[in-house]
Write a protein that binds this ligand. Structure first.
Ligand SMILES: NC(=O)c1ccc[n+]([C@@H]2O[C@H](COP(=O)([O-])OP(=O)(O)OC[C@H]3O[C@@H](n4cnc5c(N)ncnc54)[C@H](O)[C@@H]3O)[C@@H](O)[C@H]2O)c1
Length: 442
């Protein structure tokens, strides 16, 4: 079997460590034969892992897409605001595309992508990895089977761990709305997507509240905390967000050392990839990590960064069948998890999506509870990353050309996220029927 040939646009954390990794693990199925990446260390790392020929190494996506078609498809994993331009250009150039979420950072651009995919007839699959996980697939199937009866209320929580919040939304790439997107889009387009998919119905109106409550200068534990944790911070040892504590001593990950068969005080560096690989272009040596903390964004004090995205937000929604749905997103959780509860006329479902997954189904008639539990590992979004890529490759191979998360299916979650941000900022209740019509220019 000849492997499907892919070109990578962006060889950062997702391009290299998720999609690149999949190809290295499945060489009979798929290979990366070209890469576009402006940062030399990242490009070199990708080139050497995938043995990319010199003529197929590009500094930027424009150089790659200016060539006659070089591969069967492209995988675009540039940053949020750099999705729309390469995606439109790749579709025009005749490529099928796997595009990272969010599809784009304005609603008009999301709609333009749906139109471009449908006009060119190319596949545009969005990386809504949650739909490919075992847990959300099972919750979807249970709800859609009618076993819970008519769903009356849904409560869904996106519990971002305190250290992940600090890493991505205070110090890291998604800390500023103007550079990427509001957190409800960046983080919760996944959650809005699975809610829409599981319920199979559209939202008719929504409202939202939230703010940046904690990671700001006036919340610092003392007025004299320095700009960097490594600059002799007087409260470093007592701060859960300490950069050396997270990245060098791995304090948040101590509790999971046993998963790797290690004692709590072991050096966990060899076992941890993300978030360590984001600090120094994949270099995990202690000296490279320390240098990154002393000079780069991840060593900043969480009270002295230039972040402006929220650290908590709630979205209240009503659906077309009258179901009440709440989505809670916050960055102060003890562990990374998504937790949810569906209450229906015949049963209640409670589920936890974390390292240890659990689904409980309580039956109103019999009073019995079925419990399903399994362990899904510490990374890869509970297996969703791998299954998403496997689905993309299988679709290219067998020609079905209908991904579960195509651009049109993915649009709804983005639309809800933009509406939620508008509702949060204005205090208004947003009517989604008019919002949808406006988005399509109707
Ligand atoms: N599906 C998911 O669950 C999931 C999870 C995390 C991140 N993401 C999304 O994936 C995307 C990438 O995230 P990441 O963490 O890998 O970011 P990253 O910053 O590590 O990688 C982006 C890469 O794009 C490169 N790039 C910039 N300009 C370019 C150009 N002109 N041509 C080619 N490459 C260019 C950058 O140099 C960088 O290496 C983001 O949009 C993010 O929101 C999705």
């Amino acid at each position: 079997m000849t492997p499907i040939r892919l070109a990578a646009i962006g060889a950062g954390q997702r391009g290299m460590d998720v999609y690149g990794r999949y190809a290295l693990d499945h060489p009979q199925e798929v290979e990366f034969i070209a890469v576009a990446e402006p940062i030399p260390q990242r490009r070199d790392r990708f080139v050497s892992a995938h043995d990319v020929a010199p003529a197929m190494q590009f500094t930027t996506w424009t150089d790659l897409l200016n060539q006659p078609k070089v591969a069967d498809a492209v995988v675009i994993s540039t940053q949020d605001q750099n999705h729309i331009a390469p995606a439109l250009a790749a579709l025009e150039a005749g490529y099928d595309v796997l595009l990272e979420k969010p599809m784009a950072t304005t609603l008009a651009d999301c709609v333009a992508l749906v139109r471009a995919a449908e006009q060119t007839g190319r596949v545009l699959q969005i990386c809504h990895v949650m739909r490919y996980t075992d847990l959300f697939t099972q919750v979807h199937d249970i709800v859609q089977s009618g076993r819970l009866g008519e769903i009356i209320t849904v409560e869904h929580r996106e519990n971002v761990a305190y250290w992940h919040m600090a890493h991505s939304y205070v110090r890291g790439n998604w800390r500023r709305k103007d550079e990427t997107s509001p957190m409800i889009l960046a983080k919760c387009c996944h959650d809005l997507d699975i809610l829409y998919w599981i319920l199979g119905e559209q939202v008719t109106r929504l409202s939202s509240f939230g703010s940046l409550r904690h990671f700001r200068q006036d919340a610092a534990p003392r007025p004299d905390v320095p700009a960097r944790c490594t600059d002799g911070c007087p409260v470093e040892a007592d701060c859960p967000f300490s950069a050396p504590g997270i990245y060098l001593q791995h304090r948040p990950f101590r509790a999971i050392a046993a998963v790797f068969g290690q004692p709590e005080d072991a050096d966990l560096t060899p076992y941890l990839d993300w978030p360590l690989t984001t600090l120094a272009h994949g270099d995990k040596r202690p000296e490279a990590l320390r240098y990154a903390l002393e000079h780069g964004p991840y060593g900043r004090c969480v009270y002295h960064s230039d972040n402006d995205v929220v650290d908590h937000q709630v979205v209240m929604m009503e659906t077309e069948r009258g179901t009440s749905v709440t989505l809670f997103m916050h960055g102060h959780s003890h562990q990374q998890s998504r937790t949810m509860r569906y209450d229906g006329t015949r049963g209640t479902l409670e589920a936890t999506f974390a390292m240890q997954n659990e689904i409980k189904i309580h039956d109103h008639l019999t009073g019995k509870t079925e419990v399903i539990e399994w362990f899904s590992g510490i990374d890869g979004h509970g297996g969703g990353d791998q299954k998403l890529m496997a689905a993309f490759v299988a679709m290219l191979r067998d020609g079905t050309r209908a991904p579960l998360t195509d651009a049109r299916a993915s649009l709804e979650s983005h639309l809800l996220a933009f509406a939620a941000e508008e509702a949060r900022l204005t205090g208004a209740v947003v009517n989604l029927d008019s919002y949808r019509k406006q988005a399509w220019g109707a």
